[in-house]
Ligand binder design. Structure first.
Ligand SMILES: *[C@@H]1O[C@H](CO)[C@@H](O)[C@H](O)[C@H]1NC(C)=O
Ligand SMILES: *[C@@H]1O[C@H](CO)[C@@H](O)[C@H](O)[C@H]1NC(C)=O
Ligand SMILES: *[C@@H]1O[C@H](CO)[C@@H](O)[C@H](O)[C@H]1NC(C)=O
Ligand SMILES: *[C@@H]1O[C@H](CO)[C@@H](O)[C@H](O)[C@H]1NC(C)=O
Length: 483
């Protein structure tokens, strides 16, 4: 009996966790920057504490919104340090995701603070119309829930949806009950549609409010850039002390998520559009990538072999290359322009001096090497990423410090020619990487002096057996026919 009460109590306190401290939102302003496969959203909460010692503020996202949010960061307005955010599983009763944000210090009654939430939504737009000919323009639709949810009362809120070019083709205007909307529901001005202000919104992160009042809005806008998605990325970084080299190789599946090509692809139309510099935005002729400074020996091949149409502008080598704001420029021009709905699989890579990305810590006797998580393709999401780091042979005491938590990480052994014992490797898996996920994975390890000699030893043994073989073969007659 007692046990049952305990369970009930635990369940109760679970759901009460969200309401730990009471607040009120004096204002919420959300700005949605429309894009292609990435949509950046900034929400500012002007918060007032209603009880002494309030330090845990709860942010809510609707079910659909929470599922499509691939990046989330909360800060105090004007500050650089991100606040600690704890995510909670979707509460089916509430129909909302909750995130507890730890404020830097407890608030007194009536104290106020401005919280800024930055999120990136992925796969929230789609081409409309779904098909376009080679000469037609490209427009997309963005669909979203209207109200910003919160477990607290909100005095006023406003939602601005901004397109990158000043052409919003259409937007919907939902019906809002009089008690929430004082005057305008939707106003369009240039590239921005503003919904609200809406006033006196009760606590809304619950099934009741969502079921009764949440609205759906659609904005249809012109988009003048390709909508690019990397469906899979496999990056392999190989650390070699023997060659003082860091090799990074990337295999990508690229997808053009713009409108599907209507009719046949015409190379003649394409050439003339290229000539007049009037390529439709849903035609992707090339990718321009920023590589670290100091890289050399770049290569680019696809299923048909080497592609020679890449251009490379190197930047000179600098230490701590991953943190430098200089970059080498690599332009990859696939064999054919990538039309809407088309895919392209290819591999590219480079070498760089290990010294640019490595340091040695005398105190611990360990090497530390930084490997960037990805080379971001402008505006693109990476649906699935697998990043493998291969250590020098004999490396021990391996520790790994990814910049954000991977879905999984596993240690394996990578065997290459002339390795006697194999090289340790670690593989990280990620999903839904955005332009905000461009951090560096740091790895530290020891290489015992003996291990440094492993490779020369392997080379020596290989040579020795070759000599022995040559020596032995001289005595054996391999000829099938005797002269
Ligand atoms: C908080 O503000 C309310 C309304 O402005 C006021 O009535 C109340 O006395 C204030 N409380 C404190 C502790 O300052
Ligand atoms: C591709 O080019 C590299 C050097 O640029 C060369 O070593 C390699 O053999 C080429 N591969 C093919 C399949 O042509
Ligand atoms: C492109 O790739 C996507 C996902 O990987 C796949 O669903 C689609 O069928 C491919 N399209 C073509 C034209 O091969
Ligand atoms: C990544 O996004 C896809 C599609 O939006 C979703 O199904 C998947 O659960 C997401 N993965 C993670 C780890 O959030």
């Amino acid at each position: 009996m007692a046990a049952r009460w305990l369970v009930l109590l635990c369940l109760l306190s679970q759901s009460l966790v969200f309401a730990a401290h009471s607040f009120e939102n004096t204002a919420i302003v959300r700005t949605v920057e429309l894009g292609g496969s990435l949509v950046h959203v900034t929400t500012t909460y002007a918060v007032k504490s209603l009880e002494a010692g309030s330090q845990k503020y709860v942010i809510a996202l609707g079910e659909k919104e929470g599922k499509s949010t691939s990046y989330l960061e909360a800060k105090l307005k004007g500050q650089n340090d991100a606040l600690v955010v704890e995510g909670h599983a979707l509460d089916p009763k509430d129909g909302a995701y909750h995130y507890t944000v730890g404020l830097p210090k407890p608030l007194a009654v009536n104290a106020t603070v401005n919280l800024v939430l930055d999120t990136v939504q992925t796969h929230v737009t789609y081409p409309w119309p779904e098909q376009a000919s080679q000469k037609e323009e490209q427009s997309l639709k963005y669909e979203s829930d209207l109200f910003v949810l919160s477990p607290y009362k909100t005095a006023t809120q406003r939602i601005k949806i901004r397109a990158p070019s000043p052409r919003i083709i259409s937007h919907t205007t939902p019906e809002i009950p009089d008690n929430f909307a004082t005057d305008s529901i939707a106003t369009k001005s240039g590239a921005t549609v503003t919904y609200g202000p809406f006033t006196n919104i009760p606590a809304s992160a619950n099934a009741d409010f969502i079921g009764q009042h949440q609205k759906h809005v659609v904005v249809h806008y012109l988009y003048e850039y390709p909508v690019v998605e990397v469906t899979t990325l496999e990056r392999t970084a190989e650390i070699s002390h023997w060659g003082a080299n860091l090799n990074i190789e990337n295999s990508l599946n690229l997808h053009n998520a713009g409108p599907k090509l209507k009719g046949q692809f015409s190379r003649l139309d394409h050439q003339s559009q290229m000539f007049y510099n009037r390529l439709a935005p849903h035609v992707l002729p090339a990718l321009t990538l920023h590589l670290p400074p100091g890289v050399h020996s770049t290569y680019f091949y696809d299923l048909n072999g080497n592609v020679s149409t890449s251009r490379f502008r190197p930047a000179p080598s600098v230490p701590k290359a991953s943190q430098s704001n200089q970059y080498s420029l690599l332009e990859l021009r696939p064999r054919y322009p990538l039309m809407g709905g088309w895919n392209y699989s290819f591999t590219f890579g480079w070498d760089s001096p290990l010294a640019d990305s490595a340091a040695y810590d005398k105190n611990t006797g360990k090497y530390i090497v930084g490997v960037p998580v990805q080379t971001h393709v402008a505006g693109s999401i990476v649906d699935e990423a697998k990043i493998k780091i291969i250590f020098p042979e004999g490396a021990t005491d391996i520790e790994i410090f990814p910049p954000f938590a991977p879905l999984s990480q596993e240690l394996s052994t990578h065997i290459t020619y002339l390795d006697t014992t194999g090289r340790p490797a670690v593989t990280f898996k990620y999903e839904n990487l955005t332009d905000k996920h461009v951090g560096t994975i740091y790895v530290t390890y020891k290489v015992p002096l003996l291990a440094h000699l492993q490779k020369p030893k392997a080379v020596a043994i290989a040579l020795l057996s070759l000599f022995t073989f040559a020596f032995a073969s001289r005595r054996v007659d391999y000829r099938l026919t005797k002269s």
